[in-house]
Design a protein around this ligand. Structure first.
Ligand SMILES: Nc1ncnc2c1ncn2[C@@H]1O[C@H](COP(=O)(O)OP(=O)(O)OP(=O)(O)O)[C@@H](O)[C@H]1O
Ligand SMILES: [Mg+2]
Length: 474
């Protein structure tokens, strides 16, 4: 049982942490000092500086400002490696073995006077060693496995830094006498299909192991929830948690907006559903929560709602990949090598503000000849995103009362937001309320909820720390 909980929304670009300081307290984001500068978004960047006698690890904002150079490794956007599903051991995927079998090595052998016979022996020796090891159940790692293991070790460093950062920030909070270091943690993960329970993906196991290694006590009953599910709960409850006789109070916690209208008059409005679309850096996450007929009387919120959820590896970093392929080589190299903080500024200028981004070395990006190719990438990416939205919503009926929630950093980009909104309202889908950054109320149209960054960026952390996911209170 956990009276208090931290929730880490480990994002590919930014990590957000929320705290529920008491069972019925409103969940808050840690390091939420200034809503405009979104200080609660901590860059998920790790730098390993190997230039001195001992490697030095640096994380977060400082790391996001660094550029890779001799001896300085910069790791950004590494969350995806944790969620790789390595193929069955494939010798060709192991870089050392590939090299061993390559013509390059044969050429080198000739150059150094190693005979073809000797090289053949070496190859045979390695082949026998592989067979011998396989007999003991040892399989040399494939390239994907190596990447995954590397990401797991970066994760342990990152979460250890995060823990210090979070505990220091918590000391500024007004809850006298609270022992923050004993509060357990829940983490959010993409809803990649993996068996019946989306949190059983091997990547989730690596994630929780890295947290434990970094000293975070894991939540005893539910250490992982999916990003879209947590996001839906965060935005719809606005981080509020209510108790009735020491138990979770579903009605009061979701007690605003179209859900209440449906509960009051189910004959006209049921079923109630909430559709959440979160465009992140690595994934776009979808969730639909549909209130079950017996839902309002259910004490277990997991049973009150039927949940459909889905994550696809298609986010802002994939838009960057397309842009990189479409612009001149020196500018593409700049985008590839830019520090994470600079890349954020580039995305904001070029995708959101429709302005060129000035660089010190390769001139402006998004001006002159590369204006149109970038625009084309954005248009095509928006269209592909729209198709994914339509595909996800295809099985959804149009009966009942629904609300739509648009979140994630990608939804700040008007072209993407417009495309997602258009796709979500195609095929007869209507919403009693639309939540999102910068959404405008159509003349005479339905109400809108202009979400601020606390919810567009922090929704999953806020929801994941909700009492909703606390089995002891239901
Ligand atoms: N105004 C903006 N214009 C353009 N891009 C933006 C804007 N605001 C945020 N972004 C970008 O959106 C990306 C996604 O942000 P978000 O915090 O939702 O991602 P994440 O949670 O780290 O990723 P994921 O959930 O996929 O792991 C960020 O990397 C950021 O660069
Ligand atoms: Mg995210």
């Amino acid at each position: 049982m956990a009276e208090r909980v931290f929730c880490i929304d480990f994002g590919s670009g930014f990590t957000k942490v929320a705290l529920r300081p008491d069972p019925g307290a409103t969940t808050r984001l840690v390091n939420d000092r200034d809503i405009e500068s979104t200080d609660f978004c901590l860059p998920s960047v790790v730098v390993v500086d190997r230039s001195g006698p001992k490697p030095v690890v640096e994380c977060g904002k400082k790391a996001a400002g660094r550029t890779a150079s001799n001896g300085i490794e910069v790791h950004a956007n590494w969350k995806k490696w944790l969620f790789l599903t390595p193929a069955a051991d494939d010798p060709a995927a192991n870089p050392l073995e590939t090299f061993l079998r390559s013509d390059d090595l044969a050429r080198l052998a000739t150059q150094h006077g190693v005979s073809a016979g000797q090289l053949g022996h070496l190859r045979q020796l390695v082949g026998s060693a592989r067979e011998l090891l396989a007999g003991f159940g040892v399989h040399p790692a494939s390239r994907d496995t190596q990447k995954q293991q590397f990401a797991a070790s970066i994760a342990a460093h990152y979460f250890s830094w995060l823990r210090q950062e979070v505990l220091r920030e918590c000391d500024r909070l007004p809850y006298a006498g609270l022992r923050y270091d004993g509060i357990p943690v829940r983490v959010t993960a993409p809803a990649f299909a993996h068996g019946a329970n989306v949190t059983t993906h091997p990547g989730c196991k690596l994630l929780t192991a890295a947290l434990a290694k970094a000293g975070w006590p894991l939540h005893p009953e539910r250490p992982v929830v999916s990003e879209p599910y947590a996001n839906a709960v965060g935005v719809l409850t606005k981080g509020e948690n209510h108790l009735k006789k020491d138990k979770f109070d579903l009605g009061a916690t979701f007690g605003k907006g179209p859900l209440v209208t449906t509960l009051k008059d189910p004959d006209h409005h049921a079923p109630y559903r909430a559709v959440v679309i979160d465009v992140g850096a690595f994934t776009t996450d979808f969730a639909v929560l549909t209130m079950n007929p017996g839902g309002p009387g259910e004490s277990d919120p997991d049973r009150a709602f039927a949940v459909q959820q889905h994550s696809i590896a298609f986010g802002m970093s994939h838009l960057d990949d397309r842009v990189v392929a479409a612009i001149p080589a020196e500018k593409a190299a700049w985008v590839r090598a830019a520090p994470a903080s600079e890349l954020d500024a580039f995305r904001n200028a070029v995708y959101t503000e429709d302005k060129p981004h000035r660089t010190n070395t390769v001139g402006k990006i998004g001006a002159g000849d590369d204006t149109q190719p970038i625009k084309d990438c954005l248009t095509r990416f928006a269209a592909d995103l729209g198709n994914e939205v339509k595909q996800f919503l295809a099985t959804l009926g149009s009966k009942g009362m629904a609300e739509l929630v648009l979140t994630g950093g990608g939804m700040n980009v008007p072209a993407l937001r417009d495309a997602v909104l258009a796709a979500a309202t195609a095929n007869g889908h209507e919403y009693a309320k639309v939540h999102g950054p910068g959404v405008k109320k159509p003349a005479g149209g339905k109400p809108v909820d202009k979400l601020d960054p606390r919810f567009t960026r922090g929704g999953s952390a806020l929801g994941g720390a909700g009492l909703y996911f606390e089995p002891a209170y239901i």
